[in-house]
Structure formats: structure tokens, C-alpha cells
Design a protein around this ligand. Structure first.
Ligand SMILES: NC(=O)C1=CN([C@@H]2O[C@H](COP(=O)(O)OP(=O)(O)OC[C@H]3O[C@@H](n4cnc5c(N)ncnc54)[C@H](OP(=O)(O)O)[C@@H]3O)[C@@H](O)[C@H]2O)C=CC1
Ligand SMILES: O=C(O)[C@@H]1CCC=N1
Length: 266
């Protein structure tokens, strides 16, 4: 499959590198379109594909065109892309918020898949939700799914609107995790640890705790209970979290991310 990627930043290149790693595309058949001069120079030097800085008619030769520019840049990209796209090509968008209908309208193109990955895709450990226009048949969709799976796992989302919730939960999710980690490290430093020691204690705790979620025969509440002894230290921390609204704040924040995804659609 010949693949063109428009916007080769963090996510565009996470996809490109995963495809190359699993031999799903040859470097000679991977077109990297990147506007940023600095980034395109770096890509040229690393020889990860054919690097160009503008959209041109070459794109018409590619089976799949991936849109990984910021949602705010989409209309400008669409104005150029619609003049060079050909009917059998599939467009795969990973842009937050922008729905299939708008992509189809601005590109004047029917075959659109919309996906929402996350940054662990850089390690092949991402999770991506995706939806597709009904014009894309089963076998074509399977090919796209196989490509996405090179970046980690994927889930087909039948109701496209739910991709905004995927965006808020797993798309943005890594940042929530780092936010918690960051503030735990900060607490460690306030208690007198060096940064490196605080980091070690927190990171290994997160890693071990994550594995317990999957292997222990306990649900999340039971796992919490197993740490929080009656009248002990964990209970004291959880009481303060509750009083400061950490729990409701987290939920409200994620719902606000979903709201923002819907705003980006406009
Ligand atoms: N980061 C994340 O965690 C996730 C992001 N996404 C989505 O992925 C998309 C990309 O995000 P991300 O990789 O973080 O963003 P980046 O800013 O890292 O990458 C986007 C790149 O596209 C370039 N670009 C802009 N306009 C054009 C154009 N006309 N032609 C070619 N290249 C262009 C930008 O250049 P310049 O900087 O000069 O504008 C930039 O280098 C977004 O739509 C985002 O919503 C989805 C899931 C997770
Ligand atoms: O913050 C954003 O808008 C993008 C989408 C999901 C993660 N990053």
C-alpha cells in the first residue's frame, strides 16, 4: 500500500514509523508532507520516506492519505487537497473533533475513515478508536485496521459521535496520567526526596499498580481497599482528595475535553 501523510508531527510520524517497523509500507512508497521547515529537514536527514513540504498532484498516486495536521489547519489543507484527491483513495483522519461529514464536504471526497489514537502509539502501545463512512467496504476497512494495529490496539466505534468521548478518554488520557505522576513526584520532593528518587518511587509504583489492575482478581474498588487500611495513611490521603474535589474534578475535566472535541468540529 502506498501511503501519504499530511502533517508529520508527533502523531503522523508515530504512524509512519509503526508502518515501517512492521513492513506495511516501503520507505519509497511513503510520502511525508510536512510544512514546518525545521521538521522536514530533520525528516529528510533521517530518510524515513519521500519528504515534501507542500501538497501537490503526487498525492493522487497514493492509496491512503492520512490527515494528521491540527484541526485548526484542516480547512487550509482541505482547500489544497480536494483538487488532487482521486475517487478510489481512502482518507484517514486522526484530527480531534472534526467529523466524517465535515471532512467529506470540505474534501469533496466520500471514502473517509476517522480515527483517534494516543501518544503511546509511538511505542506501538497505543489505543485507537475508529469509525468509517459506509462506502468503505469490509476488506478495505480491514486493511486500515491492520495498519492502525501496528500502533497498538484498536476498537471499531459504530456511533461516530462517540469518537469525541474516545478523544477525551484515551486520546487525551496519557496527559492525565502524566499530570497525576507529576504531582505525586512534587509531593515526594516536598517530603524531602531528590527529584530522581521521587521519580523512581512514583514510576515503579505506577507500573506495578497498572499490572495489578490486570492480574489481580480484584476490581478497582477492592484494589483501593486493599491499600487503604482502616485509620491508616492511604485513607488520610483519599479523604483529602475527596474534600478537595480531585475525583469530581477529574470527571469534570474529561467531560470538558469531550465538549472541546465537539467545538473543534465547527
Ligand atoms: N498529540 C496527541 O496526543 C494526539 C493528537 N491527535 C491529533 O493528531 C493531529 C496532529 O497532532 P500532533 O501530531 O500532536 O501535532 P503536531 O503539531 O506535532 O504535527 C502537526 C504537523 O503538521 C504540520 N502542518 C500544518 N499544516 C500543514 C500543511 N498544510 N501541510 C503539511 N504539514 C502541515 C505542522 O507544521 P507547523 O508546526 O509548522 O504548523 C506540524 O508539524 C491533531 O489533529 C490532533 O488532534 C490525535 C490523537 C492524539
Ligand atoms: O489535545 C488534543 O486536542 C489532542 C487530541 C487528543 C490528544 N491530543
Amino acid at each position: 500500500m502506498k501511503i501519504a501523510i499530511v502533517g508529520c508531527g508527533n502523531m503522523g510520524m508515530a504512524f509512519a514509523r509503526s508502518f515501517i517497523q512492521y513492513n506495511l509500507v516501503k520507505k519509497e512508497e511513503l510520502l511525508l508532507i510536512e510544512k514546518s521547515k525545521e521538521r522536514s529537514e530533520t525528516l529528510k536527514a533521517s530518510k524515513e520516506g519521500i519528504v515534501v513540504d507542500t501538497i501537490n498532484e503526487q498525492i493522487g498516486d497514493y492509496d491512503l492519505v492520512i490527515l494528521s495536521v491540527k484541526p485548526q489547519d484542516f480547512s487550509m489543507v482541505a482547500a489544497e487537497l480536494r483538487t488532487v484527491l482521486k475517487e478510489p483513495q481512502i482518507v484517514l483522519s486522526i484530527m480531534a473533533g472534526i467529523n466524517i461529514d465535515r471532512i467529506q464536504q470540505e474534501l469533496a471526497h466520500k471514502m473517509v475513515v476517522r480515527a483517534m489514537p494516543n501518544t503511546p502509539a509511538m511505542l506501538g502501545m497505543g489505543i485507537t478508536g475508529f469509525s468509517a463512512d459506509e462506502s468503505i467496504g469490509f476488506s478495505k476497512l480491514q486493511k486500515i485496521e491492520n495498519l492502525i494495529n501496528a500502533t497498538g490496539r484498536s476498537v471499531y466505534i459504530e456511533d461516530e459521535q462517540m469518537l469525541d468521548a474516545v478523544t477525551a478518554l484515551s486520546g487525551s488520557g496519557p496527559a492525565y496520567f502524566y499530570y497525576v505522576v507529576k504531582h505525586m513526584i512534587e509531593a515526594g520532593k516536598q517530603m524531602g526526596f531528590e527529584d530522581s528518587m521521587a521519580q523512581l518511587l512514583v514510576k515503579q509504583t505506577m507500573l506495578g499498580a497498572y499490572h495489578l489492575i490486570n492480574s489481580a482478581e480484584m476490581n478497582i474498588d477492592e484494589l483501593i481497599k486493599a491499600v487503604a487500611s482502616k485509620g491508616g495513611t492511604t485513607e488520610a490521603a483519599l479523604k483529602t482528595f475527596g474534600e478537595s474535589g480531585v475525583d469530581t474534578g477529574l470527571v469534570a475535566g474529561i467531560l470538558n475535553a469531550e465538549k472541546r472535541a465537539k467545538e473543534l468540529s465547527k
